[in-house]
Write a protein that binds this ligand. Structure first.
Ligand SMILES: [Mg+2]
Length: 210
């Protein structure tokens, strides 16, 4: 089965739950190499998203993703709001007006989200940012779609790769964002944005698997 407005909304609800559950950990990761607000910022943004979804679920998957984007941009502070907002906005554009998204479109939307983050944040691979979770996730999602995987398989592959990518940020020295001011002292910590990106993808995968 493809991805409808209803299943997209369910995936966003699962993501909001995951952020709420892991809020303290994300904030603590950000306290180590940033300004200690990542979990709180994302939790506030996703809570605002859920309030809007409770009022009305938009008609298409693309419209759901666009609502997430605009809400995160207006409610999440720091660098994260524009970056996650851009990711969801580009995914929404890739989804277009379709009532249902197939596996290849979901993989393409993930790729568009990653490209949006790269162009907005100017981060390159191994800069110790969310790009380091999203890039292996996109590669894995595209491979799963090429191999005939359904939406759940594509998202499961993306989540697994994103988790690996997040862990792999640990030995890296940050070259972007506030963490880069720490120089070598940023080494030895997981990048918070890569971790939250992995949590979002794992939640989408779990929701798609039902
Ligand atoms: Mg922060």
């Amino acid at each position: 089965m493809g991805c409808t407005a209803e299943t997209t909304a369910a995936a966003i609800r699962a993501a909001a739950d995951a952020i709420a559950v892991n809020r303290a950990e994300l904030t603590s990761l950000d306290r180590a190499i940033g300004d200690g607000d990542h979990g709180d910022n994302l939790a506030r943004g996703f809570a605002a998203v859920i309030t809007k979804l409770d009022a009305e679920v938009p008609a298409t998957p693309g419209a759901v993703l666009k609502l997430v984007a605009t809400t995160l941009i207006s409610t999440v502070g720091g660098a994260s709001g524009p970056l996650f907002g851009t990711a969801f906005l580009r995914a929404a554009a890739a989804a277009g007006e379709a009532a249902e998204l197939d596996a290849a479109t979901v993989a393409a939307a993930l790729g568009a989200a990653r490209d949006g983050v790269v162009s907005r944040g100017k981060a390159e691979p191994a800069d110790k940012t969310m790009v380091d979770a999203l890039t292996p996730a996109v590669d894995a999602a595209e491979a799963a779609a090429r191999n005939g995987g359904d939406v759940a398989a594509v998202l499961a592959a993306a989540a697994e790769a994103a988790e690996g990518g997040a862990v792999a940020t640990t030995p890296l020295q940050a070259r972007k964002g506030r963490a880069s001011y720490l120089g070598a002292r940023s080494i030895g910590h997981v990048d918070p944005g890569s971790r939250s990106s992995a949590y979002l993808l794992r939640a989408f995968a779990a929701a798609a698997a039902g």
